[in-house]
Design a protein. Structure first.
Length: 576
């Protein structure tokens, strides 16, 4: 068979053009198949050539080579773990670790009762109350004494009592039925409006109309909804079928969860020392025609650092692009502290809707808004942007179905508790809380930076501005001042403190809450004592739980064992 190019040349000659109508059906079919094969080959080559170009443009030759080396190491280690004798050893170690974990999390022994089926006869009210008191009295880390980093964002006994009253009044309510529970609908709309006003949500006079928002069950759902809205808009407005988002490596892991759930490729951008803010040139390199979202944190969870939101905004709104790329600001942790920093005299960069490129913001009212757990808000610059997160089914046999987010039924009692918290605290209450919380964070930071017993062994990460302060083992410490940061975490745990261990780089952070405000001097004293105990003893010896877990996790190129441990931990949560 002659080649396709020569046959095409023949067909375009004058004599062949005269004879083209006399081609047999088999010849036409052969020609068509050849054309189809060539077209598919060209499309295949174009697709992978473009992918290669975008990879090299985004990560460079060095970055691409580093990714390839990591991939080879990871795959090689995974193959090593599949060797029979290695599998047996790993399984034995995992089983031992899971057993130890179960002993810690699942209480056993005299006096411990487990209930795995309904009682034959319902308990009396007094019996239920008694068991509730026993469960509440189980041994736990004393968050009430300010010994837990983050986790419990308590606004005080009076506010808790007010929330309990709201629960009692709206316990059966459900916003999915606004005609049945009009009060909950009213309160939810007002929560969104109040939070939006704090973040300078656009008013009705704005070019694209007034800002908008939705309440959610927490920061993860708020982030998921913002990512979903950006993906849906990208598909509808720009025809993007292979969506990508560019996020700081320090951004909350909920963005990676959104990537897995919604089929969005996630590009992680480094946040290098000394600022630990997202590297803007790397973000610029990774933006392409498939980019549906840019992300910045205000502040991030690991280190409490605020990314350069104005610089991200300039990338999102670059005039050379036909379409404005949505920019999401994750303010879940900053929540109702960020709007009050400037008002209370603390420095704060631009971060909210006053920055023109910002299209959505996630705000956890159940953190520094002191609302009951299960409350967050996702804000949008416009109602049009909010609509991309809606789910509407017009032809279900059960009727027209519409919900603003992931959930169908939602607890109206939580919305009522949030509304009550915002109204009780007010501007003055949140301003006072901001002064106390950020002031306590500054006290811890100053101690690490200035105290002779701490500054020679520890180093603050970046320049924290809000409630979180993170520190690592000082990289330039003298031999006698060196410490293992995870040993510090274990020994602080031994003294009753529950602090957050971090990785990449190995570090500890403290998320200051109102309970910690009253215990900050005790925290500094214990930290000084623990650093003194650990100084110069970073090598050898039995490792505690944190040091063992994070030491192993950081050293493994393949994280399958860590995934197995984490999965086992989740399984253990549901054991009785």
């Amino acid at each position: 068979m002659s080649s396709l190019p020569s046959r095409l040349t023949a067909l375009t000659s004058s004599s062949s053009r005269n004879n083209i109508l006399h081609l047999s059906k088999s010849q036409l079919l052969t020609l068509t198949l050849d054309l189809l094969r060539t077209t598919l080959l060209l499309l295949f080559l174009l697709r992978y050539t473009r992918a290669t170009f975008l990879q090299l443009r985004g990560y460079g030759f060095l970055g691409t080579a580093q990714q390839f080396i990591k991939y080879v190491r990871r795959k090689g280690y995974a193959l090593f773990l599949r060797l029979p004798f290695v599998q047996a050893k790993v399984k034995a170690d995992l089983d031992k670790t899971m057993l130890e974990l179960e002993k810690k999390l699942v209480p056993t022994g005299p006096g411990v009762k487990s209930f795995v089926s309904l009682p034959e006869k319902g308990w009396s009210v007094d019996e239920v109350k008694g068991e509730l008191e026993r469960v509440a009295g189980m041994e736990h880390t004393r968050w009430e004494d300010g010994r837990v980093s983050g986790a419990v964002y308590h606004g005080g006994a009076e506010l808790a009592g007010l929330q309990e009253r709201a629960f009692g009044m709206f316990g059966v309510s459900n916003p999915i039925h606004p005609d049945v529970f009009p009060g909950v609908r009213k309160m939810e709309a007002e929560v969104v409006a109040m939070v939006g006003s704090l973040f300078h949500s656009p008013g009705p006079e704005a070019v694209n109309g007034a800002g908008a928002g939705v309440t959610t069950s927490g920061g993860t759902e708020s982030i998921l909804m913002a990512c979903l809205a950006a993906r849906q808009k990208g598909y509808a407005a720009r025809g993007i079928k292979e969506p990508e988002m560019v996020i700081p490596e320090t951004a909350h892991t909920a963005f990676r969860k959104a990537g897995e759930y919604f089929g969005i490729r996630v590009h992680l951008v480094p946040c290098p020392a000394p600022t630990y803010r997202v590297h803007i040139p790397s973000v610029a390199s990774l933006i392409n025609s498939n980019t549906i979202l840019l992300v910045g944190s205000a502040p991030n969870f690991p280190h409490g650092i605020i990314d350069d939101i104005p610089a991200l905004s300039r990338l999102a709104t670059k005039t050379s692009r036909r379409h404005h790329i949505p920019l999401h600001v994750d303010c879940c942790l900053g929540s109702l502290l960020m709007p009050f920093l400037a008002r209370t005299g603390f420095p704060v960069p631009e971060f909210d809707f006053r920055v023109p490129g910002v299209t959505s913001i996630s705000v956890d009212t159940h953190k520094y808004g002191f609302a009951p757990k299960g409350n967050s808000v996702v804000l949008y610059r416009s109602k049009e942007m909010r609509r991309w997160q809606y789910y509407i089914c017009p032809d279900w046999s059960g009727g027209v179905y519409a919900s603003p987010g992931l959930a169908g039924s939602r607890p109206g009692a939580l919305i009522a508790g949030c509304w009550a918290s915002l109204m009780r605290m007010g501007d003055d209450g949140y301003g006072d809380a901001c002064l106390k919380i950020v002031g306590a964070r500054q006290r811890i930071e100053d101690a690490v930076r200035q105290n002779p017993g701490l500054k020679s062994s520890l180093q603050i990460i970046g320049k924290p501005l809000v409630s979180v302060v993170a520190f690592l083992a000082h990289p330039a410490a003298a031999q006698g001042d060196k410490v293992d940061i995870y040993d510090i975490a274990d020994k602080m745990s031994g003294r009753g403190w529950h602090l957050n261990a971090l990785q990449d780089p190995p570090a500890i952070h403290v998320a200051v809450t109102m309970p910690i405000v009253g215990a900050v001097e005790e925290l500094v004293r214990d930290l000084e004592g623990v650093v003194g105990e650990c100084r110069g003893k970073s090598v050898g010896g039995k490792k505690g739980d944190v040091a063992a877990l994070y030491g192993v996790a950081g050293a493994l190129p393949d994280k399958s064992i860590v995934r197995e441990l984490a999965g086992g931990f989740l399984d253990t949560l549901y054991k009785t």
